[in-house]
Design a binder for this molecule. Sequence first.
Ligand SMILES: Cc1cc2nc3c(=O)[nH]c(=O)nc-3n(C[C@H](O)[C@H](O)[C@H](O)COP(=O)(O)OP(=O)(O)OC[C@H]3O[C@@H](n4cnc5c(N)ncnc54)[C@H](O)[C@@H]3O)c2cc1C
Length: 205
Amino acid sequence: MDLAFTPEEEKFRADIRAWVRANLPEKISHKVHNALRLTRDDQQDWAKILGKKGWLGYGWASEFGGPGWNAVQKHLFEEECALAGAPRIVPFGPVMVAPVIMAFGSPEQQKRHLPGIGSGEVWWSQGYSEPGSGSDLASLKCKAERNGDHYIVNGQKTWTTLGQYGDWIFCLVRTSTDGKPQTGISFLLTRHEIARRFRAPDQAA
Ligand SMILES: Cc1cc2nc3c(=O)[nH]c(=O)nc-3n(C[C@H](O)[C@H](O)[C@H](O)COP(=O)(O)OP(=O)(O)OC[C@H]3O[C@@H](n4cnc5c(N)ncnc54)[C@H](O)[C@@H]3O)c2cc1C
């Protein structure tokens, strides 16, 4: 089995390398190489640079505005970004919620959410864990009740990484207690007014 990269893949790598090195701000790569704390702006600046190029959603299919890369190309992109000192992409928007919206969202939801995720404008957080519900997410208690055209959410979330920066949060919420605990859980997309309630008190924006 020949595990060497093909000449086309080496060319792809060289192109990615040249672009990343030309576009990654030095103030950001300096922090990454020296393990210094990245600010929200550092993360967001790099996300927007990638977004403008169409590479923030580098795993996305071209029908959703992604580059449509194969597994080797995605690997080479990640490797070149890491070697150059780029911050790891905050995964909640482009890697976690976007594919769910692509697979299960309505065309209206796709039109509303995917552009802001792909451009890096909208920061998403992940609201799965709760005090008392970690590995066993089926025990989650955060409850959402439908009230006309909106939901009333009552409960707590925890471990919301970088949630203090979130514009939106995707939450697992209990919408039914019928049946076994693994059922009756819904995936709720929630605006920043709610997301910011999960802001960690010691982390200013
Ligand atoms: C860096 C980081 C970032 C995170 N970011 C987020 C986030 O943004 N949003 C979010 O929702 N969550 C986030 N989490 C939370 C993470 O998902 C929780 O740590 C996870 O849900 C585990 O919950 P817990 O810490 O309460 O541990 P518990 O579930 O209470 O587990 C405690 C210990 O018991 C073990 N254990 C649990 N169940 C069993 C079992 N059945 N059999 C044997 N052993 C078991 C576990 O392995 C662990 O060692 C993050 C976690 C980390 C580390």
